[in-house]
Every structure is written in C-alpha cells, then in structure tokens.
Design a protein around this ligand. Structure first.
Ligand SMILES: [Zn+2]
Length: 454
C-alpha cells in the first residue's frame, strides 16, 4: 500500500485539507483519510485534483493540427484535407502519433482518453491481416506513456444519409455492423485482463454514416457483449447535417436519436451543437453526456452549444480535444464558459450551487467524462482509479490561492501549464512537468512525421 499526503485535495464533496490517499498495488484508491499524515506517507508538492477525462479524440488528427489554417473554407473542406492527409498514414505512424499526443495530454492533465477510432484499414481500403491492427497501435500508444483509455471502434458504413456508398476518402473507415462487432470481440479477448486501464465501447460514427437498421444492430450486439457498453456518436455538429437529416429521416439529428435509439446514461452525444430548445431540454433529461469539444468546434466553425438551457435543465457534459488543435483541458473549460459570456454578454454562466464557475466546470468535466468513458475515474474516492494531478502551487497564478479560488485560477488565470505531477492508476507518469519517455516518444514521432511529409 502506498500513501500520499496532500495539504489540500478536491474530493467528491468538495475541497478537504490534510488528505491521505492510500493506493493499493492494483492502482485503485483503497482509502481516503483526513487528518495528520502517517510517517509512511509521501508528501505531495502541491494541491491535488482528480485527473481529467478527455472523452473525444481522433489521435491521428494531431499530426495535421496547424496544416489547415490556409484561409477560408468550411468544415467539409477541412474534412477533405484530413482525408488526403491520412491516405499516407500506416500503423507505425498511428502508434507514434498517438504516443506523442497522449504524452502531451498527460502533461496537460488528461489522464484518460476516449479514442473514437475510425482509421481501421490499409490505404487501399483492404483490412490488415489482423482486423484490429490499427486498434492495437492506438492502444500501444496509450500503454507506452501510461494513459488510461476507452477505445471506441467506429462503425462507418456509408458516405451520407440514405445509405450512400462511402467515398474514396472514406474507404479506410468502412465496416458493416457484424465486422465491427467482430473487432469488439477480438479486442476484448486480447485485452480483457488489462481492464483497469482499458475499456471498450462502440461508436456509430454519425447518423450520416450508419442507417437506422445498422445503428440498432450495432448497439444491440454490443450490449450482448457488455450490457453497460459505452456508445458514442457524433451528432448535429453542422447545420448541413441537420438539414440532410430532416430531409432523409423527417427529424433533426438529436430529435431522431432520442426518439429512435435507446439513449441513456451509457451514451455520449458528441457536439450536439445544433439543437432546438425542445431537443436541448430532452437531451438534458436523458442521462446521456454531451461531449463538448470547444476548441475544435471553434476551429471548425461548427457553432456554439446551447449550454445555458442545457445546464439549467440538468444536462451532463464532458470535454474532449477531438481534432487536437489544442491539447489542454484548461482551454476546453475556459472556452466553454467564454463562448457563452461573449454571446450572452454576461458572466458566470456555468455555476452550480455553492461552487465557483471554475470549480463547477471542473466538477462537471470530471463527472461527465468518467460516465462517458465508463471507467471508475474522475473522483478521489475509495474504489476509483488513482488518477490524480498535483498542481504547482508556486506557479504565479496559483500562488497563495486555495479551494475554489484555486480551481478558478487553474481554469481562467494561467497560460503556462500548472500541472506538476501526474499519476495514472497509481503510477507516476509525469514528475516535475516531465514524462520519463519524453525523448524516445518524440524521436519516434519525428521519424513518423518526416515519412508523412517527405
Ligand atoms: Zn470527432
């Protein structure tokens, strides 16, 4: 048993002082004890908060961050560029990019990732000899750096509404539901014994990419394998998608999904940007998590999530870095709030009772992210994974602050990263701002990028 002592820590029911966190050899928190530390406890160097879940990632897209800022253009043009870029990416590149990305995430304070994994096949569209080759590579990237993961193999069957055949740029993504369920079976067979750090779910890509029948077959099949299986889907990110859905299915995307699919607490609706007030209210009451990715949504010009109505309706949110134009939970939380302030011309939109705005954002992202990823994370509590961040109390924006002022300074006041040490599943992966594999992981990333840009 390892014991760690923090002068201040954010527990599920609020900030506490003089906190000892006991961690079992399995990487799970065995006890939280308040009071003077025992002599065997290691003193942590600053205030402690839970590690933050990142519920939405497409790892390979990190390598093209910054390559698509050439000027005008919309989401769909960005997507064409992304398709051209990934035509050259093979298994080794995927692993190297994922490891570098996840290492950067850990240093920024993300300790678990939901990998929405759709790059399945070889550049010619043929499956690799091992159907799950690419999934193995993103998992290897996570293991290389010690990141917790929920891997969500994506069902991408069609190019658009109405069962349109996939386009040339989409052939590496394509499976039918039975092949996708076979992937899920293979992955659970291969990694079942690593379940504390790794979980599997499924992701119907979007209502564009799966028919109603395919969605039903996928979700039912996955629930046979795992009754609590996480289900993630992109929805209502773009107005063109809303119009096409109305034309094809006679309902808006979120409206259709809530009426026709078994949406509940196992589901994460990613983006859900374009909703009517009725849809917003209904989603807020569904127990599902809205997966919000503010920096990507801003970068792609998607639109602004109706956070005010959703929040007052009791809706759950989590954050994701999606395209990885930014890899910082601080920036996601900050822009989630700032987007609303700019539109509403008022401050302090996202505020829970008895909590500051920064603390409310943090608590919501922790709880919603943990729920969406389907793992015991996001809480410093007995039975949860020992995923935690030690903040640098000496960083100027944090210095001299405690409790909710500390959370607010963390979310709003800094530009330098204030995450000092990071523990995932009881193991230190970042200490004093450095990851042990930093040089080797970056060297492999460089080699991969040199091949891609040659
Ligand atoms: Zn996405």
């Amino acid at each position: 048993m390892q014991r760690y002592y923090a002068e201040q820590a954010l527990l599920p029911d609020g900030w506490a002082e003089a906190v000892t966190i006991e961690v079992a050899p399995t990487g799970t928190i065995a006890a939280i004890v308040i009071g003077s530390p025992s002599s065997s406890a290691q003193r942590l160097a600053g205030p402690v908060i839970p590690g933050i879940p990142n519920l939405h990632s497409h790892a390979f897209q990190r390598a093209m961050a910054g390559l698509a800022e050439g000027g005008a253009g919309d989401f769909w043009e960005w997507r064409d560029l992304m398709y051209r870029f990934l035509a050259r990416i093979g298994p080794e590149e995927v692993e190297a990019i994922a490891a570098q990305l996840y290492l950067e995430m850990l240093k920024a304070g993300y300790t678990a990732v939901g990998e929405f994994h759709y790059l399945h096949h070889a550049p010619d569209g043929q499956p690799y000899d091992d159907l799950t080759e690419m999934a193995h590579r993103v998992i290897a990237g996570a293991r290389r750096v010690g990141m917790g993961m929920t891997l969500l193999p994506v069902l991408y069957a069609h190019g658009d509404f109405g069962g349109t055949p996939p386009g040339e740029g989409q052939k590496r993504f394509v499976n039918d539901p039975s092949q996708l369920l076979r992937m899920l079976d293979l992955l659970i067979r291969d990694y079942g014994d690593d379940h504390p750090q790794l979980r599997f779910g499924v992701a119907p890509h979007s209502l564009r990419a799966v028919t109603a029948e395919e969605l039903a077959v996928l979700v039912a099949g996955a629930q046979v394998v795992d009754p609590m299986v996480p289900v993630h889907i992109h929805v209502a990110e773009q107005t063109r998608e809303v119009e096409a859905c109305l034309a094809s299915r006679g309902a808006r995307p979120v409206e259709w999904l809530l009426a026709e699919a078994p949406v509940d607490g196992r589901w994460c609706l990613v983006h859900a940007t374009h909703m009517t007030p009725v849809e917003t209210q209904a989603l807020a009451g569904s127990d599902a998590v809205a997966g919000l990715c503010p920096t990507t949504e801003a970068n792609l010009g998607d639109g602004l999530f109706p956070l005010g109505r959703y929040f007052t309706g009791g809706g759950k949110i989590g954050i994701g870095s999606d395209s990885h134009i930014s890899v910082s939970p601080v920036e996601e939380m900050r822009w989630l709030e700032y987007g609303q302030r700019l539109v509403r011309r008022a401050r302090g939109m996202f505020r829970m009772p008895d909590r500051s705005v920064g603390r409310s954002l943090l608590d919501a992202a922790l709880a919603g992210g943990a729920q969406a990823l389907g793992r015991p994370i996001g809480r410093l509590e007995m039975g949860c994974r020992a995923d935690l961040l030690v903040l640098d109390a000496e960083s100027p924006p944090l210095f001299g602050k405690s409790s909710d002022h500390l959370a607010d300074a963390f979310v709003f006041a800094g530009n330098a990263n204030p995450v000092r040490d990071v523990m995932v599943g009881g193991a230190w992966v970042v200490q004093e701002g450095r990851h042990g594999a930093e040089e080797a992981v970056y060297a492999a990333y460089r080699r991969a990028l040199e091949r891609l840009t040659a």
